[in-house]
Design a binder for this molecule. Structure first.
Ligand code: NAD
Length: 361
């Protein structure tokens, strides 16, 4: 089996961490009987340097022609990089927004996993985190408040601003279906977050999610108000499997959930459209402060590659093997600088990639 993967190495630490993820994909392919074919694509600062713009139409077409895209982070030092002297529509991040739109990526997945070995980095009490936790935040990415009509008016000398939060049932249904599908690949539980005691958009959200749930009798559905959810994430994070939410709630809750895991270098992410296509990338940025030093943590990108195998290619066993290898490397005491602790062995980016490859069975 051949997997056609578009690769955007990106800027800063991007090329270093994506190289390690490709190494792990190749090793996993040898064991699980698939072959990865990579098409290198330019985006962000790397594209500005060559084409003068962060994303060309040709790159969009080539990304669409691949089965999935693996991406490092893009962007540079926003204070010193010449990319940030360009007008906003020509800066690296504009490429990111455009590719998400062009590829119709409406579902954002961010796993928040606390590995027992890294529990020292978690700001929560030990009795709450003992045994670790593992949740998947599923955030709607293209609707809601961030995309609604907005305006600021001045009447009688008083400025008033409006932002509208709109969802139609189709937008809710397609993200709910994704959430239930993904719950079936996990622990069969969806907690849907809303503010149905106040907002009409949330009441519709809840109704449509319940309609979708009827097609998934093997998946448990619970509803949770967003304010309660913010508390529950720090009080009892173990209760969450798939957490389904609209755009703005998801923006806030996914940052909260990821911070309780302790390290940005461990956080994978995926954005999906209605097909099996997805864009897979680490949650962190391009870390210009450590770029080129070979010390970045490649695990978030490697775990993003595992998500790609699971969600775009249905290679669940291969994805499990990568996740198990990451867990084993941590158990064996290897750490990059960002997650280093006493008694562990410090390794660089490439060594971490090699150690994970050695543990793929
Ligand atoms: P950042 O995530 O790049 O860095 C924050 C801190 O985390 C830094 O100290 C960095 O060294 C560290 N860090 C991040 N990833 C790491 C890794 N894998 N291993 C070890 N340490 C890691 O955030 P920032 O400094 O605010 O942004 C830098 C650039 O990245 C900006 O241009 C920003 O716009 C861009 N950015 C891009 C994306 C993306 O591509 N999706 C996301 C966020 C930020």
């Amino acid at each position: 089996m051949k997997l056609n993967i578009g690769v955007i190495k990106g800027d800063g630490i991007g090329p270093e961490i994506v190289t390690e993820a490709m190494k792990v994909l190749d090793r996993t392919g040898e064991v699980y009987g698939f072959q990865c074919s990579y098409e290198q694509l330019l985006m962000g600062g790397a594209s500005i340097d060559v084409h003068g713009i962060p994303l060309t139409d040709e790159t969009i077409e080539r990304a669409k022609a691949s089965d999935a895209v693996l991406m490092g982070s893009i962007g540079g030092d926003t204070n010193t990089s010449p990319w940030y002297k360009l007008e906003p529509s020509k800066r690296p991040e504009a490429g990111l927004l455009k590719i998400r739109k062009e590829l119709g990526l409406f579902a954002n997945l961010r796993p928040a996993v606390l590995y027992e070995e890294l529990s020292g980095a978690c700001p929560l009490k030990e009795e709450i985190t003992a045994g670790g936790f593992d949740m998947m935040i599923m955030r709607e990415l293209t609707g809601g408040l961030y995309f609604g009509e907005r305006k600021t008016v001045e009447e009688n000398g008083i400025r008033t601003a409006y932002d509208s939060l709109t969802y139609n049932e189709n937008e809710i249904r397609r993200i709910a279906v994704k959430a239930f599908d993904i719950a079936r690949k996990r622990r069969h539980k969806v907690i849907s977050v809303d503010k149905a005691n106040v907002l009409d958009s949330s009441r519709l959200w809840r109704k449509v999610v319940e309609e979708v749930a009827k097609d998934y009798p093997d998946v448990t559905l619970e509803h949770m108000l967003v304010d309660n959810c913010a508390m529950q994430l720090v009080k009892n994070p173990k209760q969450f499997d798939v957490l389904l939410t609209e755009n703005m709630f998801g923006d806030i809750l996914s940052d909260e959930a990821s911070m309780v895991t302790g390290s940005i270098g461990m956080l994978a992410s995926a954005s999906l459209n209605e097909t099996k296509f997805g864009l897979y990338e680490p949650s962190g940025g391009s870390a210009p402060d450590i770029a080129g030093k070979g010390i970045a943590n490649p695990i978030a990108t490697i775990l993003s590659a595992a998500m790609m195998l699971r969600y775009s290619f249905d290679q669940d066993d291969a994805a499990d093997a990568i996740e198990a290898a990451v867990s084993q490397v941590l158990k064996d005491g290897y750490r990059t600088g960002d997650i280093m602790s006493d008694g562990c062995t410090k390794v660089n980016t490439a060594q971490m990639g090699d150690l994970i490859c050695e543990r793929i069975h």
